[in-house]
Design a protein. Structure first.
Length: 212
């Protein structure tokens, strides 16, 4: 019965034992490129998922690490001296939750300072382009497709743009809506029956108020 070591063990010993127990095992190895261009024996060192030599990858990483350290050597050493002298920086003392909160606060402030960036990210996520949005905006005359009024919602001192409405079941883009109308459809879950029921409710109470 062949004696095999685990793959994660010593590859060299494992290969020798395989060849002793089964001489034909070397046949598939002969068909493969055993040495990389730098001369490393890949039957021992192994290859990555992209068929690259692992030893070459280690050498490249070591060289990259040396170049990076040399270019920032003084900065890194100064930071270490400051840390030994003054203790850890305030950022190093933060907990993961505090760092996440700080990052979220920075992102929100960035969106407030750069509204165009946030808007482009929004229409990209919705599956539109600025050109298609502007064309639809001009087609609707800059007004909501339901109430036929321009957007009146103000956020951070700026009037919001018309929202991109889409079918929540299929994801298909429909028209541009103002904030309030878009919220109505969202909270009603696009249910026509619910919206008709709301209309009947308003009509019933409107008649009661008129009679009263």
């Amino acid at each position: 019965m062949p004696i095999l070591l685990p793959i994660w063990g010593s590859e060299r010993v494992n290969l020798v034992l395989r060849l002793i127990d089964n001489p034909d095992y070397s046949a598939p190895m002969q068909n493969k490129k055993q040495f990389c261009p730098r001369g490393h024996d890949t039957s021992i060192e192994g290859r990555t998922e992209n068929n690259a030599c692992r030893e070459c990858r280690r050498e490249d990483f070591r060289k990259w690490n040396e170049r990076t350290y040399e270019s920032r050597k003084e900065e890194v050493n100064q930071r270490r001296r400051d840390s030994r002298k003054n203790g850890p920086t305030p950022k190093a003392k933060q907990t993961p939750d505090e760092r996440r909160a700080k990052r979220r606060e920075w992102q929100q402030q960035y969106r407030r300072d750069h509204p165009e960036f946030a808007w482009r990210a929004y229409i990209k996520e919705a599956g539109m382009t600025p050109a298609i949005y502007e064309k639809q905006f001009e087609t609707q005359g800059g007004r909501c497709a339901i109430c036929h009024q321009p957007e009146r919602m103000v956020l951070n001192g700026r009037t919001k743009r018309l929202a991109i409405d889409h079918d929540h079941r299929t994801g298909e883009i429909r028209d541009l809506l103002c904030f309030r109308c878009n919220q109505i459809l969202g909270f009603s879950e696009d249910s026509i029956a619910r919206l008709f029921s709301a209309i009947s409710y308003l009509q019933k109470h409107q008649k009661v108020d008129e009679v009263g």
